[in-house]
Ligand binder design. Structure first.
Ligand code: HEM
Length: 528
């Protein structure tokens, strides 16, 4: 007891000494940490763009604003044309100054490839397809695809297919308008553009726009995969999740299995048709067939997996971009009745002029009579072709205005091979990424004037022209405009749209700027 009593005080004394020294170490560490954070924050007081925290960079703010990231960037980029956002494993430089953009896309193109980071995020979906490859792999695909896009046969065939699907879509709207039925217009557009790219690009008919609107599991899986790979840009744990096969990465795997099933099915179907028509002279030279032909040469190194990647890259290029753009267009027209009226009168005059030229007597129609209404739609569509669509300048301006405010590719990131200095003096480091931001560029008062955020197609008659620069320039621009104009001419001539009350219209975060909840609307038939 004595001993105990004797020992205890000294023990207590030791503990006290120890805890005093532990707590002073703790206080010192806390002091250093707090000072580090405060100095770090103090040093950034004049920094333009999101402020960072030690180690975490701007991850907290970035994640908190993820769902509205494009507008979050607009806020910073309207104060300064270039910002840097540091994340735990990556440094992103966002640019809106056209001089910087031209430098990255064109002047110093070789220093800004897609790069390893982008490739690793996207590989599971896009493989080594044209959007996700660099160097020789990219050059070979680009060459073959450019050849295909330059063909007049393809243009003529596309016009026929786009017209056919525009009329199909109009007849679905016509049916729905009879009962004032709600429609998800974005979903219908996605079906239409998927069917068209499969027909024009891969020579196969998949029929997702048929009147009974069959379940489209491929489209759902494709959208899910796109959302999840986009998330990888800001999720530092995605590799761990993939390894453990949990969360978003497990879902991604399931989606990819479904996507692959569909895609290999398309390839098998096309190969079968090529075999059957071999030597008959009936073979169509669509994009996929051209690559299948090339793959017969063992030196081409084109495997079925390469064909799968090619197909999926063209699905993202041909389906999503066009459908998203015409969805935003419809939303803009619906919320700007003055624009809808101007479009309608342009289309009416066009219809009369073309009917005179073609010596066609237009069928009088009664909007309450489905048969004559559909007949007139078909007749109108027959008057649309590549050349005649060129006259619809207000329609063209309205599409351009939509692309300015809602660019289908809202951000376009590139890797950085070597340290460099952009024309505005911004230093960029090898291994980071530099992203040009069309969504922000379209909304900058310093580029478009004080009414930059207003939807005004008229500005295109005096202001600008889209600049699409560099060796990776869009190959499908003419084809996209052809389909968009063909479809929108038919829709704006014959229908008026109203948003379903309370339906939220906002974008979702994925590589293509599509609507998070679709576009729910009702359509009404226009009178003569
Ligand atoms: C509204 C419609 C469209 C928009 C806004 C759009 C936008 C773009 C953009 C911004 C790029 C440059 C990508 C980069 O810098 O990496 C691009 C490239 C490309 N686009 Fe489009 N596009 C559209 C429609 C289409 C269509 C319909 C197709 C084909 C069916 C297509 C095929 C391509 C191809 C093949 C490339 C080249 C990729 C490369 O060389 O890396 N695009 N597009």
């Amino acid at each position: 007891m004595d001993i105990k009593l004797h020992i205890q005080p000294s023990h207590i004394h030791n503990m006290e000494g120890q805890s005093t020294s532990t707590s002073s170490i703790g206080s010192a560490v806390a002091f250093i940490l707090v000072s580090w954070i405060l100095i770090h924050r103090w040093n950034q007081r004049a920094k333009k763009g999101p402020k960072t925290w030690p180690v975490l960079g701007a991850a907290i703010e970035h994640l908190m604003n993820y769902d509205r990231m494009h507008d979050w960037l607009v806020k910073y980029l309207s104060e300064t044309k270039t910002i840097t956002v540091t994340m735990p494993f990556m440094r992103y430089t966002y640019i809106t100054d056209p001089v910087n953009v031209e430098y990255v896309l064109k002047t110093n193109f070789t220093n800004y490839p897609k790069g390893d980071a982008y490739h690793s995020y996207m590989e599971v979906l896009l493989g080594d397809g044209i959007f996700n490859s660099d160097g020789e792999m990219w050059r070979r695909q680009r060459k073959t695809a450019s050849f295909e896009f330059a063909s007049k046969n393809l243009r003529d065939f596309s016009a026929v297919v786009f017209r056919e699907y525009a009329v199909k879509l109009a007849s679905i709207l016509c049916q729905a308008s009879e009962k004032n039925q709600e429609l998800d217009m974005q979903e219908l557009f996605m079906r239409m553009t998927l069917d068209s790219i499969c027909k024009v690009g891969f020579g196969v008919e998949i029929g997702t726009l048929s009147p009974r609107l069959p379940d489209n599991r491929f489209a759902k899986a494709f959208d899910m995969a796109n959302i999840i790979v986009t998330l990888r840009f800001i999720d530092p744990f995605w590799r761990i999740k993939r390894f453990l096969h949990i969360g978003s990465e497990a879902l991604l795997k399931q989606s990819i299995n479904l996507i692959d099933e569909f895609t290999y099915g398309v390839i098998r179907k096309r190969k079968g048709e090529i075999e059957r028509t071999h030597g008959s002279g009936k073979m169509k030279h669509d994009l996929l067939s051209r690559f299948i032909e090339l793959s017969k040469d063992p030196e081409s190194n084109l495997t079925d997996k390469s064909l799968r990647d090619i197909v999926l890259n063209f699905v993202i290029a041909g389906r999503d971009t066009t459908a998203a753009t015409i969805s935003w267009f419809t939303y803009m027209v619906m919320t700007h009745p003055r624009v809808a009226d101007k479009l309608f009168s342009e289309l009416k005059s066009f219809e009369e002029e073309r009917a005179r030229e073609e010596q066609v007597t237009l069928v009088p129609y009664n909007p309450d009579d489905t048969e004559s209404f559909n007949e007139r739609i078909t007749q109108f569509a027959e008057l649309l072709n590549y050349d005649s669509l060129g006259r619809l300048s207000y329609l063209h301006a309205s599409i351009s205005e939509t692309l300015r405010l809602y660019p289908a590719v809202p951000q376009d990131p590139k890797g950085i091979l070597k340290d460099d200095v952009l024309p505005d003096g911004t230093q960029v480091k090898a291994g980071g990424m530099v992203t040009y931001v069309p969504y922000s560029m379209g909304r900058m008062a310093y580029l478009w004037g004080p009414d930059a955020s207003a939807f005004k197609p008229e500005r295109w008659f005096h202001d600008g022209n889209f600049q699409n620069a560099g060796p990776r320039i869009c190959l499908g621009k003419d084809s996209a405009f052809l389909q968009m104009k063909m479809t929108l001419a038919v829709l704006c001539r014959f229908f008026e749209f109203s948003l379903v009350p309370g339906h939220p219209v906002t974008y979702r975060m994925m590589a293509i700027l599509s609507m998070a909840h679709g576009l729910k609307l009702t359509a009404t038939r226009r009178r003569l």
